[in-house]
Ligand binder design. Structure first.
Ligand SMILES: Nc1ncnc2c1ncn2[C@@H]1O[C@H](COP(=O)(O)OP(=O)(O)OP(=O)(O)O)[C@@H](O)[C@H]1O
Ligand SMILES: [Mg+2]
Length: 248
């Protein structure tokens, strides 16, 4: 079998907040074209990993290699182009409340591309179709259902066609129908070549979209394996996550 190409590599990342050690040597590789699920208890540091990748947190030690470059300690200015290549789907959608859906989606295109207003409108409409929200252009975020807010957040994160998309609990709080829709959107983007990290407590959702799954525990990636291996694993640590026992 051919060696998978690594697009993003986290090497020995350490991070403390005051006395609290959150990461104690987190290391893993993200392969081109895969969705990597990431499990971990509440407060284990999953969001901090995603935030570190896009430069919203700064590791105390370690490297984050993306396209041959260490992202740790890049300046805001140097991070700006990197953020067009790494999309981030925030847990609550994180739309700008005072902007319409169309304005929210147009924003990254206006700030990072030279597209004309007409081209921007076309691209926004295309994206809204893809996330099952045609004609939602003029609605404000507070006029959307929770599921629509998340799909609009997904559309905005993906509109610049980033190489990597980071998903922070995208299905949290969604009913089964909206969960299914969002997962289908993710699978559709994956077919078009998207690579992603999928942080979630939703085990069936992770099983549905992930090629591999990693477990963050005690500040380290304690396990990383294919989804099939994880489903069949008899390892007590793995089972505590796949059965949800780690929560109880
Ligand atoms: N900016 C910050 N300042 C201080 N502590 C922080 C900060 N960000 C995160 N933490 C702490 O780091 C730990 C890990 O936080 P993180 O948000 O990554 O957890 P998580 O695994 O995403 O949890 P959840 O599943 O509940 O979202 C928590 O104890 C949190 O309180
Ligand atoms: Mg989190």
């Amino acid at each position: 079998m051919q060696e998978p190409k690594t697009v993003l590599s986290i090497k020995n990342m350490h991070k403390s907040f005051g006395e609290k050690k959150v990461h104690r040597g987190v290391s893993f590789d993200l392969h081109e074209g895969e969705v990597l699920g990431l499990f971990g208890g509440s407060g284990s540091g999953k969001s901090v990993i995603l935030r570190s990748i896009i430069g919203l947190e700064h590791p105390d030690e370690g490297e984050i290699i993306f396209e041959g470059r260490n992202l740790v300690n890049l300046t805001e200015r140097e991070m700006f182009p990197v953020r067009t290549e790494i999309g981030y789907v925030f847990q609550n959608g994180a739309l700008f409340d005072s902007l319409t859906v169309e304005e929210n989606l147009a924003y990254p295109l206006q700030s990072h591309t030279k597209l004309t207003p007409k081209q921007i409108r076309e691209r926004v409409n295309q994206m809204l179709e893809m996330v099952d929200m045609p004609k939602a252009n003029i609605l404000l975020p507070n006029e959307l259902s929770g599921g629509m807010q998340k799909r609009a957040g997904l559309a905005r994160a993906i509109i610049l066609q980033p190489k990597v998309v980071l998903f922070d609990e995208p299905t949290a709080g969604l009913d089964p129908v909206n969960t299914k829709r969002l997962l289908n959107n993710i699978l559709a983007f994956k077919k078009r070549g998207m690579t992603g990290i999928f942080v979630t407590h939703d085990i069936p959702a992770a099983f549905e979209v992930s090629d591999r799954i990693a477990i963050l525990s005690e500040g380290k990636i304690e396990r990383i394996m294919t989804t099939e291996e994880m489903k069949n694993s008899k390892d007590p640590l793995v089972q505590s996550f796949t059965t949800g026992a780690h929560i109880r």
